[in-house]
Design a protein. Structure first.
Length: 167
């Protein structure tokens, strides 16, 4: 019996033959291992945008890592982000230079790997899930939808926690 026929096929989590370093916008979600709450001091209390949330020491390190992305990679801007208790959402843009030529940028996989590595080195232990979720933004409506999602995510977490206890 062939072992390959016995194993389930894993769904690919990246677009085949897509260059994840080319110009465009990308939505990323990076989760902690076992979805542990590492990044907020007051989980379930604050319902606001990222600036209203009291980040834990780990959350502060993640915030620093996110704010370093554009400093390390000139071609990448962080358009929007939110640090949740157990995950991070990022909306990144890879840009061209003033002449329209693509600037050198890492793939999203490399960027996430380096960000996770930075945080892990600062904390002293890895807190991350192995993989991450990505979505290539396709148009303005898609972009606006993801910005809205990022900004509403802290509030939605509060309501999820509030109503998850009712049955």
């Amino acid at each position: 019996m062939d072992i390959e026929k016995e194993l389930p096929k894993r769904k690919k989590n990246r677009l085949e033959n897509y260059d994840y370093s080319k110009c465009g916008a990308y939505f990323l979600t990076i989760c902690t291992s076992e979805r542990r709450y590492y990044f907020w001091n007051n989980v379930g209390v604050t319902i606001g945008r990222p600036q209203d949330i009291e980040l834990s020491p780990y959350g502060i390190i993640v915030d620093e890592a996110i704010n370093n992305i554009s400093k390390v990679y000139r071609a990448i801007s962080v358009d929007s982000y939110v640090i949740m208790p157990d995950h991070v959402h990022l909306l990144l843009r890879v840009s061209s230079d003033v002449n329209g030529r693509p600037m050198v940028a890492p793939t999203m996989s490399r960027l996430v790997k380096q960000m996770k590595g930075y945080v892990t080195k600062r904390i002293g232990v890895s807190i991350w899930q192995k993989l991450f979720y990505d979505h290539v933004i396709r148009n303005k409506e898609d972009y606006d939808e993801h910005v809205k999602y990022i900004h509403e995510n802290p509030r939605d977490l509060y309501y999820d926690k509030l109503y998850s206890h009712e049955k």
